[in-house]
Design a protein around this ligand. Structure first.
Ligand code: DQA
Length: 157
């Protein structure tokens, strides 16, 4: 089972940008923790960060047939990108959206969320710990899918 973690614009600046909002942890550190959790859970994991909308769309499309689930923080594109929303919808994989900050307590423009309606679930406002919660959630979702598939297989015999 493979999970792809997609990080949007400016998340490569974590640990530097607005620490009072996003905390002091660098992206590499967050990814190292996710990698540890993935190996404990027997999951393959891949990380991708881009500041470019089209590259994020390409990466989501690449997940089709290659990954079992996506964890995405589309960052500022969350509030504007119909292209990213359509790509998530197109690949139709279990997708968990993460936001480090609570976007619903911030500026009004952050309350518009293009991505959430096509995601399985959203984790918002837990700081960098939200990525760990997303991993726990993904393991649960993938196990449920596996259980349903096994049941269907048995019923077919
Ligand atoms: C963010 C919230 C977005 O509004 C913002 O543009 C980001 C990060 C978050 O993780 O809290 O870049 O997605």
């Amino acid at each position: 089972m493979k999970v792809v973690v997609i990080q949007g614009p400016n998340l490569n600046m974590l640990g530097v940008r607005e620490q009072h909002i996003y905390g002091a942890m660098k992206l590499e550190h967050i990814h190292a923790q996710m990698k540890d959790f993935a190996s404990q859970s027997g999951l393959e994991i891949e990380f991708f960060q881009s500041n470019l909308e089209g590259e994020i769309v390409d990466k989501i499309q690449e997940c089709y047939g290659d990954a079992n689930g996506i964890i995405i923080n589309a960052a500022a594109y969350t509030h504007t990108s119909i292209a990213i929303r359509d790509a998530i919808s197109a690949v139709n994989l279990p997708t968990i959206e993460v936001h480090i900050s609570n976007i619903y307590r911030r500026e009004d423009f952050r309350k518009q969320n293009m991505i959430a309606p096509v995601c399985s679930s959203s984790i918002v406002g837990f700081g960098p710990f939200g990525y760990h919660l997303a991993m726990v959630g993904m393991v649960q979702v993938l196990n449920e899918i596996k259980a349903v598939q096994e049941m269907q297989k048995q019923q077919a015999v």
